[in-house]
Design a binder for this molecule. Structure first.
Ligand SMILES: Nc1ncnc2c1ncn2[C@@H]1O[C@H](COP(=O)(O)OP(=O)(O)OP(=O)(O)O)[C@@H](O)[C@H]1O
Length: 365
């Protein structure tokens, strides 16, 4: 594969959302391969770059000293030619409720391959729809990425919700020499369920309590002796200015699997519906004994493609997001993903990664 050749990514393929763009940008930056992404977010009601994507593009432009064409709101085509990776302190204010965790999803893989540690401070939304809630990133993504040898610290300085945003987080990234292959095959036995049911602003504490009680009751219906400790939190005004509510649940197993589920408060949606939505997702994962939840699937693909050795995970049905992430990873790196579905409906995804080495760390030695 000619590493300097421009790769064209079709943003309308499969999921047709921001996932293809984010993964293409991250891999382009890491491998220093120029890309052109066309038909960006073609399957979304408002196609093209939204705020979240534009901020991620511009942050990566600065991190990689890239030449960029098409970095404007609603742009449906983008050309990105990165030059390097600069580990440093970065600060971005989206002035909206753009998902902070999705901006991190684009930037974290890149800064792992910088020559020194970085801090990325972003203002936007911490708990918004169609994106990982910040608690999911902390309690589910972080422990799972440890299996690839990835270390990051995430601090929530302020929580922020749709429509105003005003959330603020700090991500500290430690570079790696090379990623290890991650194994997520052995479910073991369910051990504990924990998590958080929160509310903020004018939303009463009783809503968080109701979410927690419903979620706990439903887990206990299926596993009466299951240790289930969901914290109920009302964020203080110095931690969250606006109204917001949600629940994130996390299951831990005896073999170290960490699976998450969540629901976000919305107008006219009752607390027990939110508690029930999160607990039924989690109960589904636990009863099928899978190791990777439906949302984590697509978030692991990029690391599997870059790691040294064969990574494998056991999950439920593959999501369109995951298929999209596989399409991008295969096109950008040349790896091949294998997808096997067994009789009980579990899917095993495996991939021999390219064993990408951090050239900045090797060079400094
Ligand atoms: N509840 C959730 N918990 C954890 N991760 C989530 C959750 N909902 C979505 N995600 C993750 O967020 C990402 C969303 O990708 P998607 O392509 O849909 O985003 P987007 O393009 O930025 O938004 P849009 O849907 O507006 O195009 C995926 O990685 C998905 O797994």
């Amino acid at each position: 594969m000619d590493i300097k050749e421009l790769v064209e990514i079709d943003g309308s393929y499969l999921e047709g959302g921001g996932q293809a763009l984010r993964n293409a940008l991250s891999l382009s930056s890491i491998l220093r391969r120029p890309i052109r992404v066309v038909k960006i977010r073609a399957n979304r009601p408002k196609p093209g770059l939204a705020n979240q994507h534009l901020h991620a593009v511009n942050m990566l432009r600065d991190i990689t000293n890239a030449d960029v064409i098409g970095n404007a709101l609603l742009s449906t085509e983008l050309e990105f030619r990165p030059r390097t990776i600069i580990g440093d302190m970065y600060r971005e204010d989206t002035h909206t409720a753009a998902s902070i965790t999705l901006i991190y999803q684009t930037i974290l893989p890149v800064l792992l391959f910088a020559g020194r540690p970085s801090r990325v401070d972003v203002t936007g939304g911490t708990n918004v729809s169609f994106a990982p809630q910040v608690e999911y990133m902390l309690q589910v993504l972080q422990p799972n990425l440890k299996r690839f040898g990835i270390g990051f610290e995430l601090k929530v300085l302020h929580y922020g919700f749709f429509p105003r945003g005003n959330g603020r987080c700090q991500l500290d990234v430690e570079p790696v020499r090379q990623l290890s292959a991650g194994q997520f095959l052995d479910f073991g036995q369910p051990q504990t369920v924990d998590g958080v049911a929160f509310c903020a602003g004018r939303i009463p504490m009783s809503l968080a309590t109701d979410m927690q009680e419903t979620a706990t009751r439903e887990i206990h219906k299926l596993w009466p002796y299951q240790d289930c400790r969901i914290q109920v939190i009302k964020h203080s005004p110095d931690k969250a200015r606006d109204n917001g509510a949600g629940i994130v649940m996390v299951a831990h197993t005896s073999t170290g699997c960490v699976l998450g589920s969540s629901a976000l408060g919305q107008k006219k949606v009752l607390a027990d519906m939110l508690g029930s939505e999160a607990s039924s997702q989690l109960a589904g994962y636990m009863s099928k004994e899978i190791c990777v939840d439906a949302n984590l699937q697509d978030q692991l693909i990029i690391f599997m493609a870059l790691a040294s050795g064969c990574s494998r995970f056991r999950t439920g049905p593959l999501t369109q997001h995951t298929r999209t992430a596989i399409y991008v990873a295969e096109k950008m790196t040349g790896v091949k993903f294998c997808v096997d579905i067994n009789q009980s409906g579990q899917t095993v995804v495996s991939c021999e990664g390219i064993g990408y080495r951090n050239e900045f760390i090797q060079r400094n030695e």
